[in-house]
Structures are given as C-alpha cells and as structure tokens.
Design a protein around this ligand. Structure first.
Ligand code: DAH
Length: 339
C-alpha cells in the first residue's frame, strides 16, 4: 500500500497540463470518486491494524498534495491568461468614426453663443407658417412684392399657408404671447422660390434677433452690432450702417463689415470695396408693435436678421452654396477641427 502511495506521489509531482481540458482529465483521474486516490481509500480497510495510523496519514498527505498540485496548475492557467491575453472586451466590434458638425451648425452655434452672453434666449417657430405671421403682422402691405408667387412657396394652393421666407415670423409668434422685456434670437431654416445655383438656393438659414423694452434706442442696436461683428470676425473688424428699407423696421439699415478676407484692402470677394454686407436691422416699426398687441408709446425695440450661409461663407470661403446641402463627406470632413 505504501509503495502504491509513493508511486502516486511521484506521478502527481510531475503532472503537467497545457489547457483546462487536460487539467480536468487529471482531476478526474486522481481526485474524482472513481479516481486513483479514492481506490486506495477503499483499500484502506484491508490494511493491518498496526499500520493503519501511518498509512492513513500518508493517504491524507497524498490527497492534499494531489489537490494542491491541481490547484497550482489551475492558477498557472489563470495567470497565463492574464499575461498573454491582449483582447479588450470593452472595445466596439467595429471602428467607430465620429461625425463632424455641419459648418452651418458650427456658425449657428457661434452666433447663439455670442447673443446668449448678451442675455438673449432662443425662440423657435414653425417652418410652415400662415400669411399673418410671415407678412401681415410684420407690416407687409397686401400688395408687397415679397408675397409674390415667385418668392414664396404656398402650400396646397392655399395662399394663407406658406413656407416661411424669413425667421422674422418668429418675432410675431413671440410678441403675441410674451410681454416685454423680450430679448430673443430665432435660428432656423427659411424657404424661397429661387432657381438653385452656386449663389442661391430654395432653402437657407437665418438668425433673427429681437429686443423690446422701455427706452430701447438705435444706439443700443449699434453697440450690439459692433460687439457681434468683433466677436464673430475678430477684434479689428469695423462696421458701417447704410440706410435701407424693411416693412417691419423704421428706420432700417443694412450692416457691412470690413472684408475679413482682405482685411478691408479690397479683393474679389468684396468686389474691391473693402466692405461686405452681412445683415439687415432697424428699430421695430411702431405699427408692428401695435399689430402684435404691444403698446408702442411705452415700448420700443430693435430687430436684426442675418443669413447663416453668408456668415459661413465669410468665415470659411465656401464658394458654392449647394455644398451645404449635398452631404459630400469630403466637404464636411474639412470642418473636423472646428468645434
Ligand atoms: N427678414 C429679413 C430678410 O429675410 C432680414 C431682416 C432685416 C430681419 C431687418 C430683421 C431686420 O429683423 O430688422 O431679408
């Protein structure tokens, strides 16, 4: 019996396993119910009484050693797994490409950011509008050319339902519910019935700003315009205001900035004038305040509106407006580094 135990001890000492299946086979061979050690245990009752003590001790010792050996082989596997496995199971199965922001979104966010710092909050309105909010409430005379079929998309031959031609429609939407002081910017898409070319599209984007309070003057407007131009195009940017006409503002103006492509020296982009037009603005016409339920003797305000495509062109010199809506990845990828 003792000789058998010693043989098994030697055998166990030299055991090797190179994978989990081999290890399990060894466990079954030596330690399972039908294993070699259990067989010896069964023989134990045949051992002479005076040897039982010693044989019993050796048998127990054999069992512990076998168990220890199997455990240590198992640990070897576990540690091998850790050191040789370079799989990162948290990684996605596919390479994930992050998208880039659309240039118009980048510029829109920048405009929103500047006006937010001045206390303006965002207001939105529907793109499918009625005549009242797009035209009538903004003091457009019934025969005003902007209502003409050539500029405006009408829906279902119902001249009262239109695709908004400007974000100024959000002005009247806000005025009919909010009480002054009102300080909002309205970014959004607008539609005009234009032939599509490199410099015109049937839809584009605008940002409108409206401020109504007591004692708002043209000086307030001018300061906001100057600040906006410097924040958007750089501290050295100059502005100039030219008198203009819009039905909803009186007086009205158009704002030019010193051309930020040539620094005001003159280039093809500014048609060698050194100036480029970027927005329309003015003091809200008292008629508009009254039409929208605001007392024009108590309140005054200014409004301004700009095209996001125009500002984007100035910043990034995109020569063809159609690029903005073609989803050409090569074009969109160019804006990867912008935020
Ligand atoms: N709504 C005008 C347009 O689409 C832009 C505009 C001009 C907006 C003057 C204004 C403004 O708020 O005061 O051409």
């Amino acid at each position: 019996m003792i000789a058998k135990i010693n043989n098994l001890l030697e055998e166990i000492d030299t055991l090797k396993a190179s994978n989990a299946e081999e290890l399990e086979a060894l466990r079954i061979k030596y330690l399972s119910k039908k294993g070699a050690i259990n067989d010896l245990m069964a023989d134990f009752r045949n051992v002479a009484a005076d040897q039982k003590k010693e044989v019993g001790m050796r048998l127990n010792d054999l069992k512990t050693k076998a168990q220890d050996k199997i455990n240590s082989l198992k640990e070897q596997f576990a540690s091998q797994d850790n050191t040789t496995c370079d799989l990162d199971l948290t990684r996605s199965a596919y390479p994930v490409k992050l998208g880039t922001r659309h240039p118009l979104t980048i510029v829109k966010n920048e405009i929103i950011d500047i006006f937010s710092r001045l206390g303006f909050s965002i207001a939105e309105g529907p793109e499918i509008e009625d005549d009242w909010h797009v035209f009538s409430a903004l003091n457009f005379a019934p025969e005003h050319p902007a209502r003409d079929m050539q500029d405006t998309f009408f829906i279902e031959a119902n001249p009262d339902v239109v695709l908004r031609t400007h974000t100024s429609s959000v002005q009247s939407r806000v005025m009919e519910t909010a009480k002054p002081p009102i300080r909002i910017i309205c970014p959004g898409r607008v539609y005009r019935n234009e032939a599509i070319s490199y410099r015109a599209h049937c839809f584009f984007h605008q940002v409108e700003a409206l401020y109504i309070d007591k004692d708002v003057s043209f000086t307030d407007l001018k300061q906001v315009l100057l600040l906006f131009a410097k924040e958007m195009f750089g501290a050295e940017t100059k502005i100039r205001l030219r008198p203009s006409y819009f039905p909803f503002t009186e007086p009205s103006a158009e704002m030019d900035i010193s051309c930020n492509i040539c620094g005001g020296k003159g280039c093809p982009f500014c048609k060698h004038t050194g100036w480029v037009e970027i927005l329309g603005c003015g003091m809200v016409d008292p008629n508009v305040l009254e039409l929208n339920g605001i007392d024009s003797k108590v309140y005054s305000g200014y409004a301004l509106g700009m095209g996001i495509e125009r500002i984007t062109n100035l910043k990034y010199q995109v020569k063809d407006l159609r690029m903005f809506s073609e989803n050409d990845m090569r074009f969109l990828k160019e804006f990867e580094a912008a935020y």
